[in-house]
Design a protein around this ligand. Structure first.
Ligand SMILES: [Zn+2]
Length: 393
């Protein structure tokens, strides 16, 4: 159901992660979130970091905020996105993590490539028993953020198929069984999160759109099968809250994963069938190339387009963002259009200031179009010239 985006035309948000403040030096270090929050230093740093993330989003004027993925540790290339669940769920030998064994012919980033470090950082616990949700504690993290702001806070999670590919499995006979065990466990966790009141849950990177380029997941799960996995993971959620399905073309170490710009077109029929209220599409880094086909084929769900590039330090100009939105409006009605970033900005490499000004530009660009359409503009205190310290004559 529409909750966070109900009653707002052209709402703005980001995908999730934000760069860590330099003073946020503590890590969860394999503890559970609630265990770590017992430590007064971790608790202070974590809560301050989330407060800062929310404040920056409020200053920019975003409508839907995130907690910046503040629970992720400082792992190489943002690997914590994958390792956080694996070290907290049941079934894993958490005290004896090993480098995950890569299949020959799998994702190929040779020695000397920056993403080879990312592969080396896949030191993950092996699966030795049945998977259970364990101590993901998503609801506790969401509540910790939501009690710091009146704006809706979106909470995101990695999808089961990406988790299933990241560790060695000594328990299940078939990877499909493993995927469904993860999917069921995540569904339990997300049901609790939705029941706690979370107004938007975001599923990050179902592999449906990657299949035309890379082939079926585990060599056997095609697009149709992956839609079933997605719908199993979110079953029951749309009756309780708003569900977003986030797609992009990769983010580790803020690198492009593919040499050429990829196409969503071959997967749109299937993306249309996921049980989500909103589909997000990378559009800025992909040169806005498929707005027409997306608008033509996705006719019921809301569409979030990325107008901010997470790979680049160049801050987008509000005028260019406004152009981007105007072009999207040729194919997608304003009532179903959401303005967003392409992906998270916090993986590695981008400074807080870059992310800050990208969020400001996102809202300023949206405000240009809102004004043209006679819609209310968002207050962007961070761009209010009354508070500039520069003297002009
Ligand atoms: Zn992404």
């Amino acid at each position: 159901m529409f909750k966070a985006t109900a009653n707002i035309v052209l709402p703005t948000s980001i995908i999730g992660s934000l760069p860590r403040p330099s003073w946020y030096t503590r890590n969860l270090d394999y503890k559970t979130f609630l265990q770590a929050m017992v430590d007064s230093v971790y608790r202070e740093q974590y809560t301050d970091a989330v407060s800062v993330y929310l404040k920056e989003q409020e200053l920019a004027g975003l409508d839907i905020c995130t907690d910046g993925d503040a629970h992720f540790d400082t792992e190489v290339g943002g690997q914590s996105w994958t390792s956080y669940p694996l070290f907290r769920m049941e079934g894993f030998d958490k005290h004896n993590p090993k480098p995950a064994i890569m299949k020959t012919g799998g994702v190929a980033f040779p020695m000397g490539h920056i993403l080879h470090d990312y592969l080396e950082a896949r030191v993950m616990p092996r699966l030795v028993g049945p998977i259970g949700r364990g101590d993901l504690q998503y609801a506790a993290m969401w509540k910790t953020a939501q009690r710091l702001t009146k704006k809706p806070v979106k909470f995101g999670t990695i999808t089961p198929e990406l988790l299933a590919a990241a560790f060695d499995d000594k328990y299940y006979k078939d990877p499909v069984e493993r995927v469904y065990a993860l999917s069921n466990a995540i569904n339990e966790e997300l049901t609790e999160l939705a029941n706690a009141g979370c107004p938007v849950i975001q599923m990050e990177e179902p592999q449906i759109h990657m299949i035309p380029a890379r082939g079926p997941v585990f060599g056997k799960l095609d697009m149709k099968a992956m839609v079933q996995v997605f719908n199993n993971t979110v079953r029951g959620l749309r009756a309780r809250t708003e569900v977003w399905c986030h797609t992009c073309w990769g983010n580790p170490s803020q690198q492009r994963m593919f040499k050429d710009i990829q196409n969503y077109a071959p997967s749109l029929d299937h993306l249309n069938q996921v049980e989500a209220d909103v589909l997000t599409f990378e559009s800025c880094s992909s040169n806005r190339q498929e707005l027409d086909v997306i608008g033509k084929q996705i006719t019921e769900k809301k569409i979030a387009i990325g107008v901010i590039d997470h790979h680049s330090l160049q801050v987008e100009k509000p005028e260019d963002i406004a152009d981007h939105i105007r072009e999207a409006l040729k194919y997608i009605p304003a009532e179903r259009l959401i303005i967003c970033s392409d992906c998270g900005m916090g993986r590695e490499g981008m400074s807080r200031r870059h992310a800050h000004y990208k969020m400001i530009a996102l809202v300023q660009g949206t405000n240009i179009v809102r004004k043209e359409l006679g819609l209310p503009e968002a207050e962007c205190l961070a761009a209010d010239s009354r508070y500039s310290l520069v003297t002009t004559v």
